[in-house]
Design a protein around this ligand. Structure first.
Ligand SMILES: Cc1ncc(COP(=O)(O)O)c(C=O)c1O
Length: 356
């Protein structure tokens, strides 16, 4: 049985959050002398001298319409990294609680857990890169608070099977968090529209990937109203800058442009995958539902160093479990992908001529 209070750290459950000047007054006024701001303005003029809305109402309303999720079920963080970090701080008691991750996966789960001094149980994915559900459930102990799944997964690029995720959501009485940073590039819709079915589900998404706004730092957590209230309790009062709130609010009008960019990226991903597959040094291009591909190849570390010399930086994942000899390559614009392919081709030729 799901019992939110049992899962939350007692000090967080009892916490009385900081009440900022902007929390306490939200009506209309002519003169604001409540927050020790600078009434003269900023060097940039009459902007940015006021603290931003702590709960980002205007922006959340627009995101709510786009995602078809009530605004009360949305938390906005300084990147999804903040959504991940706060989740660990809400639920996991240092030196006592545990989380489960399925490796290989995004590295920040483990870093945030280590900062919080929480034990990480690492369950390897199956060789197919799918979830090993029985092993995950077996690893659950009395202090397991959280299972984190990344779907589509970084760095493997695949989505996990929905029935496997459902099994974890229904058989585990703690929190299941699904990181859907790359969901816009996937064939399947993800779990957002199924949030109401699972009181223990948290979904993280981001504006850094499909929306191309990594520099603004805006991530989202979607969950029950009760879980979002806990998020709001523990966050810094003004965690999202006015600049970010305004810019993302404006960017949201460009939904169609973003959709067509997503289609372009998916098309480039398929082109790039096919072309990589043709190279003699490439052993396997794993199917991807994200904006990157994982490529298993001969001499991966040397290839990585060679590309770097040529001014092309990719991600060396060759020391990561199940990703031996693999590089993770972000799908770029056509000319970037062509430049990459040309260098990989040149490298492959070098091997051939040195072995002759
Ligand atoms: C799976 C996953 N989650 C989250 C993030 C971080 O996203 P953000 O820029 O919103 O902090 C990344 C970044 O690469 C990622 O790969």
């Amino acid at each position: 049985m799901f019992d939110l209070q049992r899962l939350v750290r007692p000090n967080i459950w009892k916490l009385i959050p900081y009440s900022s000047a902007r929390d306490e007054f939200s009506g209309e006024a002519k003169i604001f002398l409540d927050a020790n701001e600078n009434s003269w303005g900023s060097p940039l003029g009459k902007q940015y001298h006021r603290y931003p809305d702590p709960l980002q109402h205007k922006l959340k309303d627009k995101i709510a319409r786009l995602k078809h999720i009530p605004a009360e079920q949305i938390f906005l963080g300084n990147g999804s990294d903040e959504c991940i970090d706060l989740c660990l701080r809400i639920f996991c008691e240092p030196q006592q609680d545990e989380i489960i991750i399925c490796e290989p996966t995004y590295g920040m789960y483990e870093v945030s857990a280590s900062i919080q001094d929480v034990v990480v149980r690492r369950i390897p994915l199956l060789p197919s890169f799918q979830l090993d559900v029985p092993s995950i459930l077996q690893a659950v102990g009395p202090h397991t608070k959280l299972i984190i799944l990344c779907s589509p997964n970084n760095p493997t690029g695949n989505c996990f099977l929905s029935p496997d995720i459902e099994t974890l959501l229904t058989h585990f009485s703690g929190i299941v968090a699904i990181d859907e940073a790359y969901i816009d590039f996937a064939h399947q819709p993800g779990f957002l529209q199924r949030l109401h079915e699972f009181p223990n589900l948290i979904i993280w998404q981001t504006f850094s990937k499909a929306w191309g706004l990594a520099g603004l730092r805006l991530g989202m957590a979607f969950a029950s109203v009760e879980i979002i209230q806990l998020y709001n309790k523990v966050k810094y009062p003004y965690n999202i800058s006015q600049l970010t709130q305004d810019a993302v609010w404006q960017a949201l009008d460009q939904h169609e442009l973003v959709q067509s960019r997503i289609q372009q990226i998916i098309h480039q991903r398929e082109q790039l995958s096919k072309a990589l597959q043709q190279l003699t040094i490439v052993e396997k291009v794993y199917p991807s539902e994200a904006n990157f591909v994982l490529v298993k190849m001969q001499q991966a570390q040397q290839v990585f160093a060679y590309l770097l010399q040529k001014g092309i930086v990719v991600r060396d994942r060759s020391r990561v479990i199940l990703c031996e000899d693999s590089l993770r390559i972000t799908v770029g614009r056509p000319e970037e992908n062509e430049a990459l392919l040309a260098e990989l081709h040149a490298y492959a030729q070098q091997i051939v001529s040195s072995s002759n």
